[in-house]
Design a protein around this ligand. Structure first.
Ligand code: CMC
Length: 437
């Protein structure tokens, strides 16, 4: 009869172990009973990059990478992108259900009324160098916010958490916009509570001398869609960082700064910046085959291609590509899209990419939209961090209330020297010479 167990035979000892299987998973700690002798530490798994290790149970985001499916709390991403707003989606991600009208109004009110930054934080941001990378400013300012809200340390108090969730979702666009104004030499523009989440963000970014900023509704909606697409993506590098730092019971501002720092990397949220640089370097369609050749030779990577989880077209990339065309109606066509479409076409017909299941990911087209909207490339990862704040907070909260979770602490396979006595300075050159012989 079929049983939900796994039988392992250790050929070193001939012993057999039966481990329970739950959700197609065995508990790594169950392997520790597998020992050669009683002094033995016990069996571990070796999994650099966590390629096949579930570090948590989660009910937030579902991805089927082989079929190209992404769902938040069970709702397909394309339905949310078409029918929901970003704040509605953020509510869903954090609370598990779509809000009713009253809940959405209250949620929107709270987020709208926490958008201001303390004036001291503004001064602090003003102190960055004129050409500081906005992601560096974002990471440090979000961490610095913890100094204004010391109560945020009480991470097990649900009311305290709720307040910080309002604050963080509300303030990250302000921090991002101030970083943008700083590098562009513009005075900071304050939030406008009459505007939607994304319209207010555009206001803080682009307002000049007009008394009231009017967001273009197509750009406002495009930004909202991009925010929905980026709101969560289960246990990626930055989310895992949020959970890891949060597992030490660090406050949410510093935990979120750590997550944003992870997002900054070119293999993660920095990829859209790298895509734009790559497309600019390609310059014209005629140069695409040469780049493909270099990618196949392992000299470069096609940025915006490939994904640890998606072995199919990233469903977000499809929506971003469509949104790009809508944005171009307002901004004019970004020529880079034609290079991107041709690069995608050539790559998807090439055996190297087919065999490795390398498809465009969300970053492949998003940078092209951002550039058309007037953002410098340095702002791209910041634009990713704003909506991902909702996902990071949902994952952080889920981790805190999960009884299974403990402080994150992976193991290692130690391959360094065995115990040896300290060598005094005057004898060290002899030791080195001996080792080199
Ligand atoms: N261009 C060319 N070859 C690639 C690429 C690429 N973009 N991505 C993977 N490969 C090759 C890689 O060389 C390897 O080939 P081989 O088996 O011959 O050694 C094979 O495909 C598997 O690659 P991997 O590095 O083992 O795959 P991974 O799951 O560790 O990496 C990735 C995933 C996203 C880091 C990688 O595909 C990559 O570097 N892509 C470019 C950067 C990028 O677009 N990142 C954005 C990710 S999506 C947004 C986000 O989540 O932040």
């Amino acid at each position: 009869m079929a049983k939900d167990t796994l039988t392992i035979t250790d050929n070193r000892t001939g012993k057999t172990y039966e481990l329970p299987i739950e959700h197609d998973t065995i508990r790594a700690a169950d392997l520790r009973q597998i020992k050669v002798n009683s002094d033995d530490f016990g069996m571990m798994t070796y999994d650099p990059g966590y390629m096949n290790t579930a570090a948590c149970k989660s009910a937030i985001t579902y991805i089927d990478g082989d079929r190209g499916i992404l769902e938040y709390r069970g709702y397909p991403i394309d339905q949310l992108a078409e029918k929901a707003s970003f704040l509605e989606t953020a509510y869903l991600i954090l609370h598990g259900e779509l809000p009713d009208r009253g809940q959405l109004d209250e949620w929107t009110y709270q987020i709208t009324h926490h958008t201001m930054l303390n004036e001291n934080a503004k001064k602090f941001m003003d102190g960055f160098r004129y050409d500081a990378h906005p992601m560096g400013m974002f990471v440090s300012t979000v961490a610095a916010l913890s100094t204004f809200y010391p109560e945020s340390k009480s991470v097990f108090d649900a009311n305290v958490r709720r307040k910080q969730i309002f604050r963080l979702i509300a303030k990250v666009p302000t921090v991002a916009a101030f970083a943008y104004r700083h590098i562009t030499g513009m005075p900071f523009a304050y939030p406008d509570n009459d505007l939607s989440y994304t319209a207010n963000f555009l206001n803080m970014l682009f307002k000049r001398t007009e008394l009231k900023y009017q967001a273009n509704p197509i750009l406002e909606r495009a930004m909202d869609i991009l925010f929905i697409l980026h709101a969560d993506h289960e246990q990626n590098c930055s989310t895992s960082s949020m959970r890891m730092v949060g597992s030490a019971q660090t406050d949410p501002y510093c935990s979120l700064a750590a997550a944003a720092a992870a997002l900054y990397g070119p293999l993660h949220g920095g990829a859209n910046e790298a895509v734009l640089k790559m497309l600019n370097e390609i310059g014209s369609k005629a140069n695409i085959p040469a780049l493909i050749k270099r990618a196949k030779a392992g000299e470069v990577r096609l940025m915006g291609f490939g994904h640890r989880v998606y072995k199919n077209y990233d469903p977000r990339a499809r929506i971003v590509k469509k949104t790009a065309e809508e944005v171009f109606e307002v901004t004019g066509r970004n020529e880079l899209i034609d290079i991107a479409i041709e690069l995608e076409r050539i790559a998807l017909e090439d055996d190297y990419f087919i065999k490795r299941k390398l498809y465009p990911n969300v970053d492949f087209y998003s940078g092209i939209i951002y550039q058309a909207m007037g953002f410098p490339v340095e702002m791209f990862p910041v634009l990713f961090a704003i909506p991902r704040t909702a996902g990071w907070l949902a994952q952080w909260q889920e981790m805190l209330v999960d009884k299974d979770q403990k402080i994150g602490r992976p193991r290692q396979i130690y391959l360094g020297p065995t115990t040896r006595d300290f060598v005094p300075m005057e004898q060290r050159s002899l030791v080195v010479a001996k080792a080199e012989r």
